[in-house]
Ligand binder design. Structure first.
Ligand SMILES: [Zn+2]
Length: 172
C-alpha cells in the first residue's frame, strides 16, 4: 500500500502521459526528493530468477539528476547504480540524457517491451529505450533483469507530467 499522504501537504500528485498520444502511462505518483539507493538483493542466491526488489516504492517517482543510459564510456563521472562493467573492468559511465523519471515498473501501464539488448530473464537498459507506448513511440527504459535494480526510467522528453489533485483524505 502506498503510504498515506499528509493531507496538510499541498504537494499534489503527478500522472505521466505519453507526449505523442497523451495516453496515461502511470497512475498518480508522489515525487521523492531523490532516487533512493536500490535495496540490497543477493540475486545470485535467489532460487528463481526474476526482478530484484524495486528501487522506488510503489506510488512514487524520483528524477534522476545524472545522465542515464547510452551512449556510455569509461572515464570520470557518476557511476550508475547499474554498474555496467566496461571492457577493462572499469565501470561504464552513462552519457545519455539527464533528468529521466525513475519509478516502480509496477506503477506503469500500457507499455510494451521491445528488447533492445539481450538479458537473462528481464530487460536491460544497455542499448537504450525498450518500452513502447501503445502508439508506437519509445517512451521509457525498463531495467528488470535479475542482476539489475528493478526500475523504469521514463524519458523526460517523451512524456508529459500532469499534476493531479490529491485524493480526498479517507478514514478521518
Ligand atoms: Zn503514446
Amino acid at each position: 500500500m502506498p503510504e498515506q499522504l499528509d493531507p496538510s501537504a499541498d504537494t499534489g500528485l503527478t500522472v505521466f502521459r505519453c507526449a505523442a498520444c497523451d495516453a496515461a502511462l502511470t497512475g498518480a505518483l508522489r515525487q521523492l526528493p531523490a532516487v533512493p539507493p536500490p535495496p540490497f538483493y543477493a540475486w545470485w542466491e535467489a532460487e528463481t530468477p526474476g526482478p530484484s526488489p524495486a528501487t522506488v516504492p510503489t506510488g512514487c517517482f524520483a528524477v534522476e539528476t545524472g545522465p542515464c543510459g547510452p551512449p556510455a564510456a569509461t572515464g570520470t563521472g557518476v557511476v550508475p547504480r547499474e554498474r555496467v562493467p566496461g571492457a577493462n573492468g572499469q565501470p561504464l559511465i552513462p552519457r545519455g540524457p539527464k533528468g529521466s523519471i525513475v519509478l516502480n515498473p509496477d506503477d506503469a501501464f500500457g507499455l510494451e517491451v521491445r528488447h533492445a539488448s539481450g538479458a537473462c530473464c528481464g530487460a536491460t537498459p544497455d542499448c537504450g529505450m525498450n518500452q513502447l507506448c501503445a502508439c508506437g513511440t519509445l517512451v521509457a527504459t525498463l531495467c528488470s533483469d535479475c542482476c539489475l535494480p528493478y526500475e523504469l526510467h521514463l524519458a523526460a522528453d517523451r512524456v508529459r507530467a500532469v499534476r493531479v489533485r490529491p485524493p480526498a483524505a479517507t478514514g478521518t
